[in-house]
Write a protein that binds this ligand. Structure first.
Ligand code: CU
Length: 260
């Protein structure tokens, strides 16, 4: 049934587990819009009939005299505040909460760090030990974009790809991505994963998704970030089998930073 509506609405390819909720929400909103359309259209027809010229030969410059519409406005505004504060904000908190992953899921999750810049993406993997090395502004250089502390043993096996034309990920495992930016506000968006998270300088914001289908998926920047904004769409998420992913990762081991 969901597939039928996804096709009907022309929704883009879905390649993540979490994305199904997004598609369902889009479908529900369409039902709501249909209901609103029918309701407002009925009112429109009623208004045409009620205020027809034969019944109102002379225009009335006063219009409505009651206060019902004012009260209605306040009620509608109140409902919108409840929707935003009571539903939208807590739901977003719930959806983006990485601590909500089950212990098994978070144990096998792939954790990466993505740093956006004008006009490309950079990625860091924690390496074999699964721990990111400490970062410090002082160590940032052309070959160490993330400023990994060379004195921290946890950072020795970190893998940096910059700029990353491709961000490789294994299929079927949750991905926790810490998003930040080197310069201006960007936004990491992968439509196939139904994931969007602003990349804000000075902040390290976690987001997560679970790829379910192998393939190449375009990464977009969802914030107009400068004159080369569109070239950020040159980035791809490469979702592949665990074996291929391990091979790719092994090919990067030993290089503190690799350039694509
Ligand atoms: Cu951007």
């Amino acid at each position: 049934m969901i597939e039928f509506f996804q096709k009907l609405l022309g929704l883009p390819v879905l390649a993540s587990e979490n994305g199904l909720h997004v598609d369902k929400l889009i479908i529900y909103i369409h039902w709501l819009m249909i209901a609103l359309f029918i309701g407002w259209f009925a009112y429109f027809v009623y208004a045409i009939w009620r205020f027809r010229a034969t019944r109102n030969p002379k225009a009335d410059h006063h219009g409505v005299r009651g206060h019902i519409s004012n009260y209605l406005e306040v009620v509608v505004a109140g409902i919108e505040v409840v929707l935003l504060v009571g539903f939208a904000i807590p739901f977003w908190g719930y959806a983006s909460d990485i601590t909500r992953l089950s212990p098994e899921d978070s144990a096998k999750a792939v954790t990466i760090q993505i740093v956006a810049q004008q006009f490309s993406w950079n990625v860091r993997y924690p390496g074999k030990d699964g721990t990111f090395g400490k970062q410090d502004m002082r160590y940032i250089s052309d070959s160490n974009l993330f400023g990994v502390d060379p004195n921290d043993p946890a950072g020795l096996d970190d893998i940096q790809v910059s700029p990353a034309a491709q961000i490789h990920l294994p299929v079927g495992k949750p991905v926790i991505a810490y998003i930040s930016s080197k310069d201006v506000i960007h936004s990491f968006k992968v439509i196939a994963m139904r994931v969007t998270q602003d990349a804000i300088p000075g902040m390290r914001i976690p987001t997560w998704f679970k790829p379910t289908k192998e393939g190449h998926y375009q990464i977009n920047c969802a914030q107009l970030c400068g004159n080369g904004h569109t070239s950020m769409s040159g980035g791809f998420l490469v979702v592949e089998s665990q074996e291929k992913y391990d091979q790719w990762l092994a090919s990067k081991v030993g290089a503190a930073t690799s350039f694509e």
